[in-house]
Design a protein around this ligand. Sequence first.
Ligand code: FE
Length: 158
Amino acid sequence: MAKAAETQKKVVAKKVKKPVAVKKKAGSKKETVSLMRYKCRICGYVYSPLRGEPHNGIPAGTAFEDLPDTYLCPVCGFQGKGKIGKWGFEEWRPTRYICSMCDYIYDEKRGEPHRGIKAGTKFEDLPEDYVCPVCATDPKIVLRYGNVLKQGFSPLYD
Ligand code: FE
């Protein structure tokens, strides 16, 4: 009996330790806070939790919120802009994505109205079978590499 109670306590403790890291934003879907990118307001450097900063001892998968209070923007120092801490960062998500094959840029603001993708359509909301419209018109690329899907795009950080 005592053992069972102890086990239960442990479970509860575990639950308390790991709060659901989901935040609701007005007018948008639930967003996982821990995956949120943050941008330095001074130099534009973007901290990505998926990447972390392994060269600075911050493993991939570290949420911005979990960075130590001593964290400093790794770029600002080199640029002579001083020591910019977490206070100098703001939430950021990319709105433009570039095709790694041809440099075509998908811009959420613009969408692709001629293909039935409304302006304002988020990149992650594009259909899974979305292909780069420019690469698709180049038979050499299609023959050699196949169509360039969403995975073939990377976010633009400027
Ligand atoms: Fe392309």
